[in-house]
Design a protein around this ligand. Structure first.
Ligand code: SF4
Ligand code: SF4
Ligand code: SF4
Length: 298
């Protein structure tokens, strides 16, 4: 697309779903995020916008030494995390080498740097929500998963039931320590017709906000384009065939999910409850039968 000043603009410019006002909450439309690392420049504007809008406290200025990643992972005070992944793999039709390693080998030396802005996945079947005993975690009109801080008692059941290690309790001495926190999907902004802060500021539209069905169609088209352009390992990460049932914040990946810290087959832990209870019941019945047998023949 070209602007009225005849300058090419990203995506649809001011008409993009990231910039337009909307009424998704009133309409009860299911919305989501599609995150595409092939256009992410690692600027971390999304991380900063999230902190600013939501008044999330800093959780330490730590230099991890792992690429340019100084946040490390999602947590109670990091609701967006831009992952910096360095791999000795080729990126699309990238021209590699010759780069000498000083060992006489002047051959190809592929290297790629991938940036992925990670976030709560707002799962279709959310382990955190299913495990919460107080009703603090709810599903909103737009399909997102929201923690109500004033209802959370800090028990931590949600923490161990998130298959992605997203939600966490905030440690002391930070404000509201003890409670569980994660991305709110900027529900407050969405209620006013605004785009979530992280998507609004993303300069390359690596994070796209919109109706979930539209995003899934857009993502499939993007994968097709990339594969045609030589990115043969491009694929979507949106596990719909497991008990998680799909993600409302899903990702395009280059390669397999593990290097991104994403489980290949995530499952909601509560699916194992039925078999656990059946096993416990069978054990109890067996124990009772054994005792009864012992008394009967004593
Ligand atoms: S990713 Fe984790 S915290 Fe987010 S909705 Fe799913 S289970 Fe809950
Ligand atoms: S949707 Fe809002 S709360 Fe969630 S990561 Fe983006 S800015 Fe932060
Ligand atoms: S997702 Fe967008 S805002 Fe975030 S680091 Fe990448 S380019 Fe920057």
């Amino acid at each position: 697309m070209v602007s009225k000043f005849n300058i090419p603009v990203i995506g649809e410019g001011t008409q993009s779903t990231n910039q337009r006002r909307h009424s998704y909450v009133d309409e009860g439309a299911t919305v989501g995020f599609f995150t595409d690392p092939t256009v992410c420049i690692g600027c971390k504007a999304c991380e900063v916008a999230c902190k600013e809008w939501n008044d999330v406290p800093d959780d330490g200025y730590v230099w991890t030494g792992n690429s340019y990643d100084n946040t490390g992972h999602l947590g109670a005070s990091t609701w967006r995390h831009v992952l910096f992944l360095e791999q000795d793999l080729q990126k699309g039709n990238q021209i590699t080498g010759p780069v000498s390693l000083g060992n006489g080998d002047e051959g190809e030396d592929p290297f790629r740097w991938v940036f992925l802005s990670d976030v709560c996945k707002h799962c279709e079947e959310a382990g955190c929500l299913e495990a919460c005993p107080t009703g603090s975690i709810v599903r909103t009109e737009v399909g997102s998963v929201l923690v109500q801080d004033d209802v959370c008692n800090g028990c931590g059941y949600c923490v161990v039931n998130c298959p992605f290690g997203v939600i966490d309790r905030r440690p002391k001495p930070l404000p509201n320590a003890g409670g569980a926190f994660k991305c709110t999907f900027c529900y407050d902004r969405q209620k006013s017709g605004l785009t979530p802060a992280c998507a609004k500021v993303c300069p390359t539209e690596s994070i796209v906000f919109g109706r979930l069905d539209d995003l899934r169609a857009q993502a499939n088209e993007r994968v097709r384009q990339l594969r045609e352009s030589g990115y043969t390992d491009a694929q979507l990460y949106d596990p719909q065939d497991t008990s998680v049932g799909g993600l409302h914040a899903f990702f395009l990946l280059l390669g397999e999910p593990e290097p991104y810290g994403l489980p290949p087959k995530p499952e909601v832990p509560t699916i194992y409850l039925k078999s656990s209870w059946l096993a416990a019941a069978a054990t109890a019945v067996g124990a009772i039968a054994t005792v009864a047998f012992a008394f009967a023949f004593a």
